[in-house]
Design a protein around this ligand. Structure first.
Ligand code: DQA
Length: 157
């Protein structure tokens, strides 16, 4: 199984950008951690970053042909990109939205994610751990477990 990790706008600057909010880890550090975890989980990983909305839309549209699920940190596009929302809604595979910072504890304009309603779920505020948990969720969902399985358990109880 293959999982796609997409990092959006400005995330190439991690490690040198607003360290008090985003921490010291670089994008390479985060991708290395994710590759190690993917190895333990027995899945293949592809990590990409773009500052361009249209590029991210293209990658999302193409993802179902090769990947079982997507882990996506859209950066600031989270808060206003209807194009990315429509791309996520258009594809059949689960997209897990992740954020390093807690977007709900920051400026008010960050409290809204226009993507969250069409994402499989959202993990926010745990630093690099948000990505690792996002990968775990993507693998479970990509294997057809997770959400539906949990609902069945809840109903069975
Ligand atoms: C972010 C949160 C966004 O509000 C911000 O624009 C980013 C990074 C995060 O990972 O915490 O660029 O997505």
């Amino acid at each position: 199984m293959k999982i796609l990790v997409l990092h959006g706008v400005n995330l190439n600057l991690l490690g040198q950008r607003e360290e008090s909010i985003y921490g010291r880890a670089t994008l390479d550090d985060i991708n290395s951690e994710l590759r190690a975890l993917a190895g333990q989980l027995g899945v293949e990983l592809e990590c990409r970053q773009s500052n361009h909305e249209g590029q991210l839309v293209d990658w999302l549209q193409q993802a179902p042909a090769s990947y079982a699920a997507v882990v996506f940190n859209p950066g600031a596009y989270t808060h206003y990109s209807i194009a990315l929302r429509d791309a996520i809604a258009a594809i059949s595979i689960p997209v897990v939205e992740v954020h390093l910072s807690n977007i709900y504890a920051r400026e008010e304009f960050r409290h809204t994610s226009v993507l969250a309603p069409v994402a499989a779920g959202q993990i926010s505020g745990l630093g690099a751990l948000s990505y690792r948990l996002g990968l775990l969720a993507a693998v479970e969902l990509g294997r057809g477990r997770g959400k539906d399985g949990e609902e069945k358990c809840i109903k069975a109880d």
